[in-house]
Design a protein around this ligand. Structure first.
Ligand SMILES: [Ca+2]
Ligand SMILES: [Ca+2]
Length: 638
């Protein structure tokens, strides 16, 4: 028996799982910009960063002093917590458009840049950079060309295979209604001719569509009102720039990647003549042209979006009800045993001050903010941080419940890292009671990056590092951390009093994070992956044996919830096991659905308070097959 188990274990352990996250629903975008000249360039970059729908893949710079512009972009991205977005400068020669000489040049000529406090541009040229990015996500990436088309034309001419990889190019430039050249196309007429003749799908935002678009004083005031890292960097550019009320042509181009409704479009065949004039021809349309703009709708949307990026510190959250039995428990840590102790990233055990039913909790210890992008690098906090290895994907309604004891402050920050997006989001609670144990639940969709951007924590996003921060002089104790997907409205079962163990199989590696005898199958779970039964050759029937990664002490009642898809049987036997003590608690589960997903709740009458268990078995009739998902072992609520 033992050797067979070991053999099965090794088999599963050797098979890391394919099929991780579903593809990001965000829009991959490359921004080619003359940052440093017209202010719409910086305002467009800020909109890109403020919009969670985008996955910015890089910034490239065009026009003279492209390297200075690239360093400006590096400063902007670093200081807004986006240093992961790479920047590349266009190689010379470049069109001779100046950086506003007395003004925005200062954004480059500053200690942040001069003393290497920012990222640096990539060594490769804009063309090589664009090429490698497009190659990595063929057919997926939109390029917003906010300046002259020099870099884009070189890409198309020098690397013709890239044409098929570009989803579309949004061109800021051209003039359909007036037969005079527009500045961006005129700056490099040959480049414009190349791009318009390339056959790549084009969206064109012509001069006349945006000529009267300006951000008025009230709009500016609202865009800068959040006083966040993002709004302050943008305001810096505005203070240094020479336009009091900036134009918004490039901003509209970025917005049109998200919403069609700001413009009316016509499909036109366009070519650029040798003088740089845009000509409408009778050929097959090659451009979707924004012929008229709904300026009011667009301006309102833009200003509202920028103004809504408010720091979570200024918009405190409220505790909510935990709700019914969770749709899915992503992770639970009760600090009662040492099984996941390695992942207590900040804090240490505390056994004296514990809430009812708990023998051990986690006492916060001092640490810097784990958010090295937007957190204050000098500040220290009293923190409890738990890393929920292996980084589960969230459901539609992520919630976090926990027990806490606070002293010396009534304020708590809950922060979580997004593995998928590579940044932290947070929320603040204020007015919390002090000096006694309390339970709390927060709606994790309310979390935002410290600059208010990033949008809500969303379905399929993988997370890491659940963080509780209090002031450095405060005392903070945390217990019973449960990250879960909220109950459906129809759920009748109460929220568990205590959760011992949960298994979703969604991320991580079988044999390392999920132990026992089963296969983990991708895409066949109720959500993401599931465990699939295997033959137990010794006993002659199929089963799933799930190890709890260690012994866990039961409460005064013990229930097991799981989702199943059963084939070839309508019953199974659930067994709660202590392998060392050789104890077994058996429940036969009957009348199950077949060939469709169902949900079962098993009540184990046997275990007494403090009894330890370390395995769960699902035993099947001969010839049956079980897909198992969303396993939760818990003490039922009252
Ligand atoms: Ca505890
Ligand atoms: Ca699953």
């Amino acid at each position: 028996m033992r050797s067979l188990l070991t053999a099965l274990f090794v088999l599963t352990a050797c098979a890391p799982l394919a099929g991780q996250a579903p593809e990001s629903p965000r829009i991959p975008i490359l921004f080619d910009t003359a940052l440093g000249s017209d202010l719409d360039q910086g305002f467009a970059l800020a909109l890109m960063l403020a919009s969670p729908e985008f996955d910015p893949r890089g910034v490239t710079t065009v026009c003279a002093d492209a390297n200075v512009r690239a360093l400006m972009a590096c400063r902007f991205l670093t200081m807004t917590g986006r240093r992961a977005i790479p920047v590349a400068a266009g190689a010379g020669p470049q069109p001779a458009r100046p950086i506003t000489p007395n003004g925005q040049y200062r954004y480059y000529y500053h200690p942040d840049v001069l003393f290497n406090r920012t990222t640096r541009p990539a060594k490769e040229s804009a063309v090589d950079f664009l090429y490698s990015r497009l190659k990595a996500q063929q057919g997926k990436i939109t390029i917003v060309a906010a300046g002259p088309l020099t870099n884009i034309a070189r890409l198309i001419a020098d690397k013709p295979d890239s044409r098929a990889w570009i989803k579309r190019i949004v061109v800021v430039g051209g003039s359909i209604k007036e037969p005079t050249p527009e500045a961006n196309l005129l700056a490099d007429v040959d480049a414009a001719r190349t791009v318009f003749a390339s056959g790549v799908s084009l969206v064109v935002v012509p001069r006349e569509a945006t000529a009267n678009l300006k951000l008025d004083d009230d709009g500016l005031r609202r865009v800068f009102a959040p006083v966040t890292a993002l709004s302050l960097q943008l305001e810096t550019l505005h203070q240094l720039g020479d336009e009091k009320n900036p134009g918004l042509a490039a901003v509209l181009a970025v917005a049109l990647c998200l919403e069609d409704r700001f413009a009316s479009f016509e499909d036109l065949a366009l070519e650029i003549d040798k003088e740089g004039v845009t000509r409408v021809t009778k050929g097959k349309p090659n451009a979707r042209v924004a012929t008229s703009v709904r300026a009011g709708d667009f301006l309102k949307w833009y200003v509202d979006r920028m103004a809504s990026c408010v720091s979570p510190t200024k918009q405190p959250s409220k505790l909510i009800e935990a709700g019914g039995f969770p749709n899915r428990v992503h992770v639970a840590e009760d600090f009662e045993n040492d099984i996941e102790r390695f992942w207590w990233m900040s804090g240490k055990d505390e056994t004296k001050n514990t809430p009812p039913g708990s023998r051990r909790v986690c006492r916060g210890t001092l640490t810097h903010d784990y958010d090295d992008l937007l957190g204050n690098p000098k500040a220290m906090h009293t923190a409890v941080i738990f890393n929920p290895v292996p980084g589960p994907p969230m459901g539609k309604n992520p919630r976090l419940s926990f027990r806490y004891f606070l002293k010396g402050t009534d304020r708590l920050c809950v922060q979580i890292y997004s593995l998928t997006n590579g940044y932290h989001r947070q929320l603040y609670l204020t007015g919390l009671p002090q000096g006694r144990w309390e339970s709390g639940t927060v709606d994790m969709t309310a979390t935002r990056r410290p600059d208010g951007t990033g949008g809500p924590l969303s379905e399929h996003e993988r997370i890491d590092d659940i963080q509780f921060y209090a002031e450095p002089t405060a005392e903070l104790l945390i217990d019973d951390v449960v990250l879960y997907d909220a109950a459906a409205p129809s759920e009748k079962r109460p929220f568990p009093r205590h959760i011992h163990f949960t298994a979703t199989f969604d991320s991580g590696v079988a044999g390392k994070h999920w132990l026992g005898n089963f296969d983990v199958v991708p895409d066949k779970g109720y959500f993401w992956r599931a465990a699939k039964s295997v033959d137990n050759a010794e006993r002659g029937f199929p089963w799933i044996r799930l190890q709890l990664r260690g012994e866990r002490a039961m409460g005064d009642a013990t229930q097991l919830a799981f989702r199943y898809r059963l084939t070839g049987a309508n019953s199974l036997r659930a067994v709660l096991v202590n392998r060392t003590a050789k104890t077994e608690h058996v429940v036969d589960v009957k009348g199950l659905k077949q060939d469709m997903w169902g949900e079962a709740t098993v009540d184990f009458k046997g275990p007494k308070l403090g009894d330890r268990v370390d395995e769960l078995h699902w035993l099947l009739p001969r010839g049956a097959e079980l897909l198992l998902d969303d396993v939760t072992l818990y003490v039922p609520g009252r």
